[in-house]
Write a protein that binds this ligand. Structure first.
Ligand code: ADP
Length: 599
């Protein structure tokens, strides 16, 4: 409130100073106008005084000129001396009239009044002598010798001298007056100008101060709005006087006590804190030497008996003055969050327990299923073998007696029984892979690959296939019989899935990838459409009919299950019509041992 009041006062002061500056300017203009007029009058007076003195001096000079002309003529009788005389005589009345028009000072007017009869008489005397000289030199000389003319001239000079003296005195007084007025005018102009500039500067200063105050008011208002509306308890602590400077209204909701009480008694803040936490919390507030950031958690017991869990964070801020720092902070009621976290933790624990239970159950069911499949497969084998045996017996013993159709059916029974036996064999292998304990040991890929090639030699020969191995092949960590099964499946497929009339060309090589070895089996076969690549590793997924490419559809499922059980992975890339490249990746047997191609 104080800041708002001050801002209003500053606004009034600024306006007042501006008004004063304007008033001073107006007054200054008026006074200057008056003083400048009076200065101008005074200047005119000085000029007139000067002009009168000049005029009088010219009149005196004309009188001298007239007298000199008269003397010259009287002495020489030469008419050329009359020209200056006559010119001076013509000028003198005009000069005197001009003087009369200029002079206003009473004493000087009186002097002029006394001067003119003398000048007039003098001019008459001069005219008389000139006229006499035209007749006779002696008569004219006689008049001059009377000294009457000389006396008149002296009288005239005396009056002119006193006239000029008075003019000089007047000039001195008037010039001094003019100087005084000029000084005054300058002083007034400078004084009022300076004062109004000062007032204008003051006005600007007050205006800037007022703007600053207004900004402070706005920022205080924003702070108040924020602090009073947030849900968290916002506080400011003065560690030097161990007191709260500010606590926002949220305190009443969280602590359940009126916040005003905290200003008088800081115990209202600290007393409800759980005894186990209190000393630690107080340590943050009462340490003068170590006012530092903290992020703390404590429990309070409210007057109504309920407890709340509080997260209290504080950090020091500069209080403006040197060496003085306040602590500001936020205390957040995290009871609900904490309870929710606890519930979530409990839920997670329950969930983990349940997942574990279900996984165990699932494993058991899987094992049961595998056992079931194994038993079924096993049990199916006996009747199948009997069926196979009987069909063989019929073919051997009664082939002659049977008609053509009978022989064909008996042959189909043998073929189907063989296929079914293969299927059961593969199923047994697959379910064995799931159930049996598998232990990996270092195995030489090269040895296994060679064994398979030897085993498949008749088939290779029969199909006219070429199998190229890029040696040496490294050692991997694997279960040897499973690895054998996998490579056998991949190599058999590579030889099998070629277009009719094409000789299969298979290439095998390995590549080290850090701690892992990748074995590639590449063929020039029919390839696989991209949309089927994702499913061919599933059991019973076949892309072709048994007539075109015989098989059970379990070979690649065995590959995947086998590598997974040996902690490996598998995959394929393929270009339809050009060939496929299957790969398996297994852990390397030893660091650096193994020499995979391209490794
Ligand atoms: P099977 O070979 O007994 O048919 P697999 O599980 O080994 O079964 O293979 C599944 C299917 O994947 C095959 O039927 C075939 O369509 C496709 N396939 C497997 N290997 C290749 C290959 N090298 N080239 C093209 N297709 C292949």
């Amino acid at each position: 409130m104080g800041v708002t009041h001050k801002a209003g006062m500053l606004r009034s002061l600024s306006a007042g100073a501006l008004l004063l500056a304007l008033t001073l300017l107006v007054i200054s203009a008026l006074v200057l106008n008056v003083t400048l007029t009076s200065l101008s009058d005074s200047r005119k007076l000085v000029e007139r005084t000067n002009a009168i003195a000049r005029q009088m001096a010219e009149l005196q000079a004309s009188l001298r000129e007239a007298e000199a002309g008269q003397r010259g003529f009287v002495l020489t009788g030469e008419p050329r001396y009359l020209r200056p005389y006559e010119s001076a005589v013509r000028r003198i009345p005009m000069q005197f009239d001009r003087l009369r028009a200029l002079v206003m000072y009473p004493v000087q007017i009186e002097r002029l009044n006394a001067l003119w009869p003398l000048i007039d008489a003098k001019l008459a005397e001069l005219a008389q002598t000139v006229a006499l000289r035209s007749r006779s030199f002696d008569e004219a000389l006689a008049v001059i010798r009377t000294d009457e003319g000389q006396r008149m001239m002296e009288e005239i000079d005396v009056i002119i001298e006193s006239f000029q003296q008075t003019q000089r005195d007047l000039l001195e007084i008037r010039a001094a007056e003019e100087q005084r007025r000029a000084t005054w005018t300058t002083g007034i102009a400078a004084g009022t100008g300076f004062m109004s500039l000062l007032c204008a500067l003051l006005s600007v200063f007050f205006l800037i101060e007022q703007r600053g105050r207004e900004r402070l008011v706005a920022s205080e208002e924003r702070f108040r709005q924020l602090a009073e509306n947030i849900q968290e308890v916002f506080w400011i602590w003065d560690p030097h006087f161990s007191r709260f400077l500010y606590v926002n209204p949220a305190f009443e909701r969280v602590w359940g006590r009126p916040r005003e009480a905290v200003y008088e008694d800081i115990g209202k803040w600290f007393a409800p804190i759980h005894p186990e936490d209190r000393a630690r919390v107080e340590g943050h507030y009462f340490s003068l030497t170590n006012v530092s950031d903290f992020d703390d958690m404590f429990i309070i017991r409210r007057d109504d008996g309920t407890t709340r869990r509080i997260r209290n964070r504080g950090w020091p801020v500069d209080a403006g003055a040197r060496d003085v720092r306040y602590l500001v902070g936020v205390a957040q009621d995290i009871t609900e969050i904490h309870n929710a976290q606890q519930a979530l933790l409990k839920l997670n624990e329950d969930l983990e327990e349940k997942v574990e239970e279900r996984t165990t159950r699932l494993k058991e069911v899987n094992l049961e299923l595998d056992a079931f499949a194994y038993t079924i497969s096993h049990d199916l084998r006996a009747p199948l073998r009997a069926m196979h045996g009987y069909a063989d017996a019929i073919m051997e013993d009664y082939a002659e007696a049977l008609p053509e159709d009978g022989r064909f059916y008996a042959q189909r029974i043998v073929a189907v029984a063989r296929h079914m036996d293969g299927l059961i064999e593969d199923l047994l292998t697959y379910s064995r892979l799931s159930r049996e304990e598998i232990t990996s040991r270092p195995v030489s890929l090269e040895v296994v690959v060679d064994e398979i090639i030897v085993a498949l030699a008749p088939h290779i020969e029969q199909t006219g296939a070429t199998v190229e191995v890029l040696r040496p092949l490294p050692e991997v960590k694997a279960h040897i019989s499973t690895l054998r099964q996998i490579i056998d499946n991949l190599l058999s497929n590579a030889i099998k899935f070629v277009s009719r009339g094409v000789n299969p060309r298979v290439r095998l090589w390995a590549q080290r990838n850090g701690e892992r070895i990748r074995l590639f089996v590449e063929d020039n076969g029919i390839g696989i459409e991209p949309e089927h690549l994702g499913r061919i590793f599933n059991a019973f997924e076949r892309l072709h009919g048994i007539e075109a490419y015989p098989g059970t559809g379990i070979g690649l499922a065995i590959v995947r299950k086998g590598v997974e059980r040996m902690c490996g992975t598998c995959g394929v890339s393929s270009v339809p019509g050009k060939g496929s490249c299957f790969w398996i990746e297994l852990p390397a047997a030893r660091n650096g041992n193994g020499n995979g191609n391209g490794a």
